[in-house]
Ligand binder design. Structure first.
Ligand SMILES: [Zn+2]
Length: 476
């Protein structure tokens, strides 16, 4: 029997403002515990929150980017619960009226199909502090540096139907917040993390009971956790049991989810409007000002790359997945063939970065240097094969493209007489193969090309070698 998986994601994006959302403390990661605190974020009696408008601007930018309704009037609410790293005993969030309403994020799936995933809402809230369990024996420490850092919680509709769709959505949203420069997207440090709501149903039936998997901080963990959850829930349902609504944690070491607590309902939190904060009112000029400075977004850039550089949808999609990569590609493609530049960036460069475990941001080869290398293939100074050798050198050891080409004598041989001499020598040295070729064994051409390239140490221009060989071999 078939089951359909239904997935909705709640993403917490830490907004990259310099200071916290309701006080002037810095948000920088990695400071001495409790050094970035003040009476407001420590919840001293009488201390009052003051809204950081930079956080509001970033929420507006996201809303505009996904074509969402922007609520001109929204409310900050207190979400009440006790936890040691929550000094006020409540979290300031938005409940009934979030700043960003319904929107849509379009994701590209592996088969080239596009799918619009509904975004229910995005609301502003403050983060809690951190409990530190590792540094102490038999006790826990509390670090309130993170308490009060601004978060945008982006809640999707339950529109995704496979782990792959969920990953595609999360990747797209991750790219978008970085394009917009509203979140650094650092998943390891927790500045971009997600909760997944997963349930199963018979196709067309009402939604089943869902489990919420908390705090997934990598694309791979999201995929693995959903895959595990599908099997777990299916086994329960097929043995006649019922899925319990609960919060679960994904354990990457054991590749399984396990129960953390029964799921609380919204009314357990006793939300009420925060009396210390005025309603958030957006005026049109503020929204228009932000609309005016929005950067080119991934979908628009992808379409432009296809038109401007004659790239396939797939290539354009890969190259626009991140803003840094997209900018890099455009610098390489300036003045050289767009497709050739794409092959080098996507193939050799991304391959080498991946192999070395280096992020695009820390790429050791500047775009200008790679552009010059591609230029040297285009102007036939070196062959594509020799270029790979030069690339290895500049990637792992540095140096300048032209200096390496000249220093190692790698210039391509394009002198017709020189190539013809090499061809003649090879044909003369292999009379039997030459006779066989003339008798119809066409595939022997590859043998001859290989021999000439070897004799030239890879430097002969392959097109010319081919042409001259054919001419010589056909002469009997
Ligand atoms: Zn503070």
């Amino acid at each position: 029997m078939d089951w359909e998986v239904v997935i909705g994601l709640e993403v917490h994006a830490q907004l990259n403002t310099a200071t916290k959302i309701f006080c002037g403390c810095p948000t920088a990661f990695g400071a001495e515990p409790n050094s970035h605190t003040c009476p407001v974020c420590l919840a001293m009696p009488g201390a009052l929150p003051v809204l950081n408008v930079a956080a509001v601007d970033k929420a507006i930018a996201l809303g505009l980017a996904i074509g969402a309704e922007l609520n001109r009037h929204s409310i900050f609410a207190r979400k009440n619960y006790f936890y040691p790293d929550l000094p006020k005993g409540y979290q300031i969030s938005q409940y009934e009226l979030p700043v960003v309403g319904k929107g849509t994020l379009t994701v590209q799936l592996a088969d080239g199909v596009e799918k619009g995933v509904g975004v229910t809402r995005a609301h502003l809230e403050e983060d809690a502090g951190k409990s530190l369990h590792e540094a102490f024996i038999g006790q826990s420490g509390i670090d309130l540096n993170r308490a009060g850092t601004p978060l945008l919680e982006i809640v999707s509709e339950p529109d995704m139907r496979s782990p792959a769709e969920a990953v595609a959505y999360l990747k797209k949203l991750h790219a978008l917040v970085r394009y917009l420069d509203i979140c650094d997207g650092n998943m390891q440090e927790g500045s971009f993390r997600c909760d997944a709501n997963v349930s199963l149903r018979r196709p067309g039936a009402a939604y089943g009971t869902r489990a919420e998997i908390k705090n997934l901080n990598s694309f791979r963990f999201l995929e693995k956790a959903i895959e595990y959850e599908i099997v777990r829930q299916r086994d329960i349902l097929e043995s006649g049991g019922q899925v319990v609504q609960e919060t679960r944690l994904y354990d990457a070491n054991r590749d399984e989810t396990r129960s953390m607590r029964s799921k609380e309902e919204a009314n357990d939190y006793r939300y009420f409007p925060d009396p210390d904060l005025l309603p958030l009112v957006l005026d049109e000029s503020r929204i228009e000002r932000i609309r005016d400075i929005l950067p080119e977004l991934p979908d628009a850039k992808r379409t432009r790359f296809m038109n401007q550089y004659a790239l396939t949808a797939y290539d354009a999609g890969v190259l626009t997945a991140g803003r840094v990569l997209a900018d890099y590609y455009e610098q390489v493609a300036a003045g050289v063939d767009g497709k050739l530049a794409a092959n080098w960036v996507m193939g050799d460069l991304l391959g080498a970065l991946n192999k070395a475990g280096i992020e695009m941001e820390d790429c050791p080869v500047s775009a200008e240097k790679l552009r010059l290398l591609v230029q040297r293939i285009a102007d036939r100074t070196i062959s594509g094969k020799i270029a790979k050798e030069v690339f290895e050198e500049i990637f792992y050891r540095g140096g300048e493209v032209d200096a390496i080409i000249d220093g190692r004598g790698l210039r391509q041989i394009t002198d017709v007489a020189a190539i013809a001499a090499m061809v003649d020598a090879i044909v003369t040295a292999n009379p039997q193969q030459a006779a066989d070729f003339r008798a119809g064994k066409d595939k022997l051409l590859g043998f001859f090309v290989g021999q000439v390239m070897k004799a030239s140490q890879g430097k002969a221009n392959p097109d010319q070698v081919n042409a001259i060989l054919l001419e010589r071999l056909r002469k009997s």
